[in-house]
Design a protein. Sequence first.
Lengths: 260, 166
Amino acid sequence: MAQQHGIIVLFDVENALRTRSLDGNTYWFDNMKFLGSVGVGTEQLVTIVPGTHFLDGSQATEQVLNWLPAALGAIPPTVPRNYLAEQERADDRRTLRELAALDGEGGVSDADIKRLQRRVGKRAHKSGGGRGLTHSKLLDVTGRTTSDSGAYNYPAPVITDITGPAVTEKIMYPAQYGSPDMIYDGWYWAATVDTSRPGVYPYTMHVQLHELVERNDELVWESVDLTCESSLKITNDPKRNGFTGAGLGVLPLPPVPAVG
Amino acid sequence: MKHRISIVVMVDAVGALSDRTLHNGNLSLVDDSSAGSEHQGTPDLITAVAPGQVIQWTPIHVDVQTPVEIHAIEFLSGATVPPPADQTVPPHPVEPPAFPAPGAVPGTGADAMGSDGHENHDLLVWEGIVPYDMTPGVPYRYRLSLKLHEGPNSVLYIDSPALLRV
């Protein structure tokens, strides 16, 4: 039984935002190297899709692709979905406790106040309002609040579409699915593949990144839409019987079975 | 009598590779024979069969992104010496089979599994007809070898399942 394909797309978000391009800023990794994927770990991944057919020509194996986006230098995607919000709240509670403790007899020192002000962190808004995919406070890669604009954690890249020859020529049928898996925010992209037409078919992935910009004295997350490319290599081979190497035959039983 | 019997091989590939055994609950065999199979859900499944029936083995992996294929099914012959009975962890790589299945023999099988220069075990269909000269009442044990991904430690096997003509 053929396994499903997993294709990790790792983005260097910071560099991509600086150059306004995904060229040289993506790393593609799939689990099909042993069946012929080439360029695994690089930008030039060609994912093998080894199709099979029965002797009557019908497709024998369903091939399924799953794309898993990830960001370089981000909080790992494996932490729970509410991790950032929880961290932010915990930090606020700590700050309030320490603020209350400052009310001592010796007065309050400037240094203490400054330290707590730093702890409060900076807030960023989603442009256009509404419920965004980002959280209100800037958190660094360890999940702590930060006011250092160079140390914050980018929101995860979001795949917005998959297009290109592999789609227009009806080689694969990509779609976004809802999922109970919280790692990818409850949504993921998958596709089934028609393996009846062997060949190499490129496809384009549309990705939304988020950039932190300062506007009217406010920090705002603005979306930046970019694209990158990869391709599928479709092969197709006939199924054969494992015992005979050809068609159905009698099981190769020994004259005398083993005892025990 | 059913014309066809399915034997489904359920595998936890990650568990099997890290334990280096298909035991410890990493493999479970289930069939749909109506003639009284024994030990359903274990690696010791004895499938009750009748001559003329088609038996088909199908692997199913619990982690959908792990490659699990049947590497070989070889019926163990009383004429040759099987591995020691107390050996639960099979050696690596698997020794040459006592009763080779043509599809698993290098030279004949490479062609059947060849896919653009890569070996693709997904191309093999494991099914066969129960012969009429099978002795009733005697379990015919077989070695079920699974290939989990590729590499020197990718093939694991069990010798415990059997077909029994009732």
